[in-house]
Design a protein around this ligand. Structure first.
Ligand code: UDP
Length: 407
């Protein structure tokens, strides 16, 4: 009986460390919503992610421990020792829940550690969705060493969000990069297609029959200037996301406005404050709009003339890039990591060297001054987002991987 059910749709316990809504959590939201009838989600901290999961019908349990949540990515061995009691408690709690499911699906690195350490207790197959590029730029030596040994000896299946992430896993653990299934995030194209005219014309890009009044009304509703040329940068405020690079570039482009959509989700408040100070120091505070975290990203993207991606470190995937493409907006992105698997320069977007303010300013200026080029890129971007990064392909590949590991 159990075997028959597992071959159809194995029951899954998902674990994610965050209560906040980052890219990994949006990816899990779609999957857990899809599997809601035969799954449960354990979160290691509470937050808006729980509410969003529950709104999709997912059962959620929060198993939090303040000290374990507070342990930093660059944690030393000593710090890890201090939180051992909390770690044991969480390991046992996750293992106790996992016993009731066919598969344990770990969506973040802390979830990986806690879920795998409990394997002798739960004895369930473990799948890890790796959303990160595993290098010292982002993670401490201790954390990488732990991940390496867990992957080598205790994880049944790793799936990755890009080839770039797979290469970093290969370099860390010695597994062959091409043996790890790449499952790109899926973006709901329908949700992002609101900026298009009835005839498929693409909005806000040029004088091509687009109803500018709609865009003006939308901008009015969002509190954005109706007539300005708007560059939008979406994502949490964090130094490696490079919002400071965008500010410097906008300062070189008189008349162009920058809209920063996102909040400092993981304690990056000092950086957020520095961005305000930087805008003031550059004398562009009136052209920079800090929107904070927004739920309706499709609407905000529709209001933009161009979408920027400015990460200074290699981006493992970059949902915001595909979202901008699905919204039929021209996208300028930093060419590193998974981004080069999504954006083809001058074909469906524009690539610039990460951290290069001059190149970014030039690219923005080029697309602002050539609406026909911008529109051509945006059309191709929209088609590529739909064909290569659909929610359907994501869910299909993910459910296949879960089934394989459940056998
Ligand atoms: N996002 C959002 N509201 C905001 C800013 C960002 O919902 O105000 C979403 C964005 O639409 C995207 C996700 O957060 O789906 C960020 O994912 P991405 O892969 O770009 O970055 P990550 O958070 O994984 O570093």
């Amino acid at each position: 009986m159990e075997a028959t059910r597992a071959s159809v749709s194995p029951s899954v316990l998902f674990v994610d460390q965050s209560g906040q809504l980052g890219g990994a959590e949006f990816a899990l939201l779609q999957l857990a919503g899809h599997c809601a009838a035969y799954s449960e989600v354990v979160l290691l901290s509470d937050g808006p992610f729980r509410t969003r999961l529950e709104a999709l019908g997912a059962r959620v349990q929060v198993i939090s421990d303040a000290r374990v949540s507070g342990i930093a990515r660059q944690a030393s061995g000593w710090n890890c020792l201090r939180v051992l009691p909390g770690i044991f408690r969480q390991v046992r709690a996750i293992a106790a829940r996992a016993r009731d499911f066919d598969v344990l699906f770990l969506n973040t690195q802390k979830a990986l550690v806690l879920g795998v350490l409990g394997k002798p207790l739960h004895r369930k197959p473990v799948i890890w969705y790796q959303h990160d590029i595993l290098t010292r730029n982002h993670f401490g030596r201790v954390q990488l060493t732990v991940v390496k040994w867990l992957v080598r000896f205790a994880v049944d299946q790793v799936v990755v969000n890009s080839q770039a992430s797979a290469r970093s896993l290969a370099a860390l653990t010695g597994v062959a990069a091409d043996s790890v299934p790449v499952i790109y995030n899926g973006i709901d194209a329908a949700a992002f297609s609101r900026g298009e005219g009835a005839d498929g014309a693409i909005g806000a890009i040029g004088a091509d029959g687009v109803d500018r009044a709609d865009i003006a009304a939308l901008r009015h509703r969002l509190g954005l200037p109706a007539d300005a040329w708007l560059a939008g940068l979406f994502g949490r405020l964090a130094p490696w996301k490079g919002q400071h690079i965008a500010l410097d570039a906008i300062a070189r482009l008189p008349g162009t406005h920058l809209v920063l959509v996102g909040a400092p989700l993981f304690g990056e408040d000092a950086y957020a404050q520095r961005l305000h100070e930087q805008a003031a120091a550059l004398g562009i505070a009136d052209r920079v709009h800090f929107a904070g975290f927004q739920d309706d990203v499709p609407a905000w993207m529709s209001a933009m003339d161009v979408i920027l991606h400015t990460s200074t470190e290699p981006e493992p995937f970059g949902r915001v890039i595909v979202e901008g493409m699905a919204a039929a907006r021209p996208v300028i992105a930093a060419a590193a990591g998974g981004v080069t698997e999504i954006v083809r320069h001058r074909h469906n977007g524009w690539l610039v060297k990460p951290g290069d303010v001059g190149a970014l300013a030039e690219a923005i200026g080029t697309l602002r001054d050539d609406p026909v080029l911008a529109q051509r890129l945006a059309r191709q971007a929209r088609d590529d987002a739909r064909s290569a990064f659909s929610v359907e392909q994501y869910l299909e590949k993910m459910t296949q991987a879960i089934r394989r590991v459940a056998r």
